[in-house]
Design a protein around this ligand. Structure first.
Ligand SMILES: NC(=O)c1ccc[n+]([C@@H]2O[C@H](COP(=O)([O-])OP(=O)(O)OC[C@H]3O[C@@H](n4cnc5c(N)ncnc54)[C@H](O)[C@@H]3O)[C@@H](O)[C@H]2O)c1
Length: 250
């Protein structure tokens, strides 16, 4: 038996980086996975790698209509829905002085509105049977990153939303857990696109294994645990995955 055998897991932003790694690991552990992204060729390629346990769908997380379509397609294909991994996001640099209102609103439309919609649709779908919501936040929500003003604020929104959803579901007696995940930098296209000269080999194979940058697999291992019943008493929590960085910053 896999650790998430029989569960149906919807992962947004599954064409790349962490979302792709989540999809591969969860499918290996027995889940049926619904892979969504604005990059439809990307999720189709990941779904082909997985086979019959995967469904690939085009999905803009900021679109309420798309959420209706994706939830309906999930139930039609697999007959149930158990876990949402709100993972898709965008990143842009800019301090408070550099960030325009347009840039701020674009960021929040995806990184905040998209997660709100995901939670809203997931709670509606899960409130009778129970399930789990995993929201990808960031260390940026907990520390002060001067150069990522709008991104940090959008991840702060995800973090507070997570607590509110967890509290609501607990008060209503829904068996829905909702947790946020807070990584430091992860070696994915989101980061490598900002750092043109990055050499992954140097980052991942230094003598000290604790000195390397976080890899998508490190996050997928935590997401697998949160998606499984092994984490059944973890709810409303902020889980840092940062090799002690917050402990140093504190
Ligand atoms: N990479 C890091 O250093 C890092 C650190 C902390 C947190 N995170 C978070 O981890 C999550 C995964 O990031 P990643 O590093 O794998 O990024 P990534 O850029 O590799 O993947 C993000 C995916 O989201 C998709 N996407 C973007 N906008 C979308 C939209 N409107 N609707 C649907 N899909 C959309 C992209 O097409 C892409 O496939 C994000 O929530 C990110 O904020 C990343």
């Amino acid at each position: 038996m896999g650790r998430v055998e029989g569960k149906v897991v919807l992962i947004t932003g599954a064409a790349s980086g962490v979302g792709k790694e989540n999809a591969l690991l969860l499918a290996r552990e027995g889940a049926k996975v619904v892979l969504t992204d604005v990059n439809v060729e990307g999720v189709q390629a990941v779904a082909r790698e997985i086979g019959g346990a995967a469904l690939a769908l085009r999905h803009d997380i900021a679109s309420e209509d798309d959420w209706h379509t994706v939830m309906a397609a999930t139930l039609k294909q697999f007959g149930r829905f158990d876990v949402l991994v709100n993972n898709a996001a965008i990143l842009a640099m800019g301090t408070i002085e550099e960030t325009t209102l347009d840039a701020w609103q674009k960021m929040h439309r995806i990184n905040a509105d998209g997660y709100f919609l995901g939670c809203k649709f997931a709670v509606a779908a899960l409130k009778e049977q129970g399930g789990t919501i995993i929201n990808m936040s960031s260390l940026a929500a907990l520390s002060g990153l001067a150069h990522f003003c709008a991104y940090s604020a959008s991840k702060g929104s995800v973090t507070a939303l997570t607590r509110s959803v967890a509290a609501h579901c607990k008060q209503r007696g829904y068996k829905i857990r909702c947790n946020s995940v807070h990584p430091d930098g992860i070696l994915t296209p989101m980061i490598t696109s900002l750092m043109a000269n990055i050499d992954p080999a140097n980052i991942t194979t230094q003598g000290d294994p604790m000195a390397r940058m976080c890899l998508p697999q490190d996050i997928a291992n935590l997401v697998l645990f949160l998606a499984s019943d092994e984490s059944r008493y973890i709810n409303g929590s902020e889980l840092c995955i940062d090799n002690g960085q917050m402990a140093i910053d504190a």
